[in-house]
Design a protein around this ligand. Sequence first.
Ligand code: ADP
Length: 448
Amino acid sequence: MFEKILIANRGEIALRILRACKEMGIRTVAVHSTADAEAMHVRLADESVCIGPPSSSDSYLNKAAIISAAVITNAEAIHPGYGFLSENADFAEMLEEHGLTFIGPTPEHIRVMGDKVAAKRAAKESGIPVVRGSDGAVDSAEDAIKTGAEIGYPVLIKASAGGGGRGMKVAESEAEIAEAFNLASAEAKAAFGNGEVYIEKYLANPRHIEVQVLADNYGNVVHLGERDCSLQRNHQKVLEECPSPALNASERTFIGETVCNAMRKLSYRNAGTVEFLYENGEFYFIEMNTRLQVEHPVTEMVTGVDLVREQIRIANGAELDFRQKDVTFLGHAIECRINAEDPFTFTPSPGKVAGYHMPGGLGVRVDSGLFAGASIPPYYDSMIAKLIVHGKSRNECLMRLRRALSEYVIEGVTTTIPLHEKLVNATDFVDGTYDIRWLEYFVASAGE
Ligand code: ADP
């Protein structure tokens, strides 16, 4: 097994990875910007290296500084977490060149899945159902008009290099498509340096359902069920649950097996998540994330599988030590993403945490680097904690979540806890009947 791993990330996910390493007897190296010198992931690591000033592009995205940190500390492998360099194929390749192991899939898999047009093609060819749309990229407004007529309105124009919901525009009719094409392409160019877009049928009221997979280097692939991430704001996930209240057992088996078969065909390895929109009993592939996801704990709570541990074992060349038949799904789990933001306007609220008390008790997990006196810098993502709750049933999970939210105290900064408190009491949420558009309406009315 690796003796030392460098964690190329910050915040709660750096801690999450550090915890798995410690439980496996692996020494850890934290990297940090000057803004994070006092952060919990730095305090708990065996060693730490400052890799640059606050701006991410000079620190957590600074490939040379991170690789140098690994070399000078004799780390053998790098776990990238999520965000930052986790889906950067060039970085994964550079590690190989330096004799370091990237804890994740191959650079080729990262590259294919990072280009949404290529990803959709690969998914389709390996038997995964996809949303109807353009055959590859759309090059001009005229081409967009032609595609719109073929697939029928409304349509969604999406960036090939997309991420975080940017570069996406809806066109309700032919009158709107040329402008939507130009806007999406310009936005994609500004955000990703690549203006290539493609077109999909715009689904009216889908749910977002994703399947977690693990694959080793010996052809063993297992799925760990699905997560329902339909509660979104600006295409960003807010709360996730496992299992989805919308799926029945045969749909769950169908989509899990479909994804496993496709991953076998693609010779995928390590952890990955295949994302779908789900409407009227049908699944439509939207993208694959070739990394650990923010919401992975709900899967861990229900299956008992430590996903980070498995990622590390697989990267080290170990065989998966369980098979699909060994995976059991027990009860229900929900995760609330807690951000340092106004709960209804979502204006960021960085600052110093004056007081801190986190919930505990049976079935309650908090993944966070917060403590009283911690500072939340303004330079990074505003997510500061994840509250994950498990129960034997969805109802027990909801009762426990309400209790846990009521105990959580974070003073000195504004957080989204009040939004979650309203959310877990809303009838549509309790009934599990929500879709991906529901939260926007709810936030608009809850904030009044
Ligand atoms: P990104 O990588 O930018 O997050 P995704 O393709 O994962 O983009 O889509 C993000 C979200 O956008 C989805 O969860 C869903 O809410 C919405 N979306 C994407 N494709 C469609 C579609 N064809 N119809 C309706 N909504 C969509």
